[in-house]
Design a binder for this molecule. Structure first.
Ligand SMILES: Nc1ncnc2c1ncn2[C@@H]1O[C@H](COP(=O)(O)OP(=O)(O)OP(=O)(O)O)[C@@H](O)[C@H]1O
Ligand SMILES: [Mg+2]
Length: 410
């Protein structure tokens, strides 16, 4: 019987710490076998600010997931997010020196290494180097140059770096939870793996994961990653605005946001009222629904305008025929897709993790896009590596798989 690989993921979110345990079945199917979630107390705007409380949340979420899955978790694939993330597009050039000038896998490795030859500040580390496209002599837009003939090979890559302290704090929190990181993956890379199809990546699509403390953005053009960024605002800022504006607790504000928050102006009855519960020193009272909407709308618009500034800066909006896919818990706010379409000027849809079996309903919410995507992302690399190993005798298959793997993951 074929053995399936079990992988556990850890999404260190600003509001919720989520753990998902899944088994990779075949190429792309993911069977969910366990999950656990616990409020995050030590994470702000996507980065750890308190190792002790973060570790407590990890331990609680992991133990719930272990119980559900009936197995122990020793290692996790963990997300990296926050404002320390930087990304850049770089080029590498090498001369093809083999006999007959036929490009080999070794040349691909060399040309990608050449592109990595960039200055990284001492307090930053490279997290990902993602191949976008290759050029052989004067021919551009090549996805796979192995076997082609040429004298000059160029690569275009997307490099993602993260603050060393941020990565160190993740490792320390895992250590305190008796876990180790089998891999560290940029949040939006993971989220997009959970909600985007290859067709959407080819068409040119942006995924925006609206979290509690940050919005993670990734743009795919012609199947490859062309742009990533993080906006240091999220849905928790809407909650705190409600709490301040209506002079109520964050807990009440959170309930009001989820229950009555709505960015569709035509769905608000100007005469309808909402009852607010009594809080210490104040009696129960009621407000017009419109008052709540008037607090939520400007902040939601500000978040989307900051996202729009980044997308505009990328210069890729005109190539995004697939439009925008919203995910993350913040995308659940009623009418967020409508306002996004208005502010960003591109067709917008919401998405939650897809192509799941097992306890799929437990993670069938946009809040789990990162946690589910982390498993899918790493599963893709591992299954590719495994098959590369297994099919060593099948020369034709071997090269094809090595190339795919390198293109996706180097
Ligand atoms: N139905 C809903 N309507 C409006 N907002 C919602 C709804 N459900 C969840 N949210 C908001 O989504 C946010 C949580 O989303 P998510 O779990 O994706 O964030 P996170 O991963 O913890 O944070 P981050 O990615 O920013 O670090 C919270 O701010 C929550 O209020
Ligand atoms: Mg998140």
């Amino acid at each position: 019987m074929e053995e399936f690989q079990t992988i556990a993921s850890l999404d260190l979110g600003s509001s919720l710490t989520k753990v998902v345990i899944g088994r990779i079945v075949g190429d792309y199917e993911l069977e969910i076998v366990g999950m656990g979630v616990y409020p995050s107390a030590g994470i702000k705007n996507g980065a750890i600010i308190n190792i002790e409380t973060t570790s407590k949340s990890i331990i609680e979420a992991v133990s719930d997931a272990e119980l559900m899955a009936g197995q122990e978790v020793e290692s996790v694939v963990v997300n990296v997010s926050g404002k320390s993330i930087r990304s850049m597009n770089e080029k590498g050039i090498i001369a093809v020196t083999n006999k007959n000038r036929v490009i080999s896998e070794a040349d691909i490795v060399r040309v990608i290494e050449a592109a990595q030859n960039v200055h990284v500040p001492a307090d930053m580390e490279i997290l990902h180097v993602l191949a976008r496209e290759f050029r052989v002599d004067d021919q551009s837009n090549i996805r796979d140059p192995v076997g082609m003939t040429g004298v000059r090979l160029e690569s275009e890559v997307h490099i993602v770096t993260a603050g060393s302290t941020v990565l160190h704090n993740i490792d320390r929190s895992l250590e305190s939870s008796n876990l180790y990181a089998m891999d560290r993956v940029l949040s939006c890379l993971a989220s997009s793996e959970a909600v985007l199809t290859q067709g959407e990546k080819d068409l040119g699509t942006a995924v925006i994961d609206i979290g509690a403390g940050v919005c993670d953005i990734v743009v795919y053009i012609e199947g490859g990653i062309a742009f990533t960024s993080t906006v240091p605002l999220g849905s928790s800022h809407i909650t705190s605005d409600i709490s301040i504006g209506l002079k109520t607790t964050l807990e009440v504000a959170e309930v009001l946001k989820k229950k009555y928050g709505n960015l569709n102006p035509e769905q608000i009855d100007p005469t309808s009222k909402i009852d607010l519960p009594p809080i210490s020193g104040r009696n129960a009272r009621s407000i017009f629904h419109q008052e709540l909407v008037d607090i939520i709308e400007p902040r939601a618009r500000e978040i989307l305008e900051m996202i729009d500034m980044d997308l505009t800066k990328s210069g890729l909006k005109s190539q995004m025929s697939g439009g925008i896919i919203l995910t993350g818990g913040g995308s659940l706010l009623n009418g967020m897709d409508v306002l996004a379409e208005d502010v960003l000027g591109l067709s917008t849809a919401r998405a939650k993790p897809a192509a799941l079996t097992g306890l799929a309903d437990k993670v069938a919410s946009p809040e789990y896009a990162t946690a589910v995507g982390l498993i899918k992302y790493v599963g893709k690399i591992h299954s590719m590596q495994e098959r590369i190993g297994r099919s060593g005798m099948d020369r034709e298959g071997w090269t094809t798989k090595v190339r795919r793997w390198m293109q996706d993951n180097l």
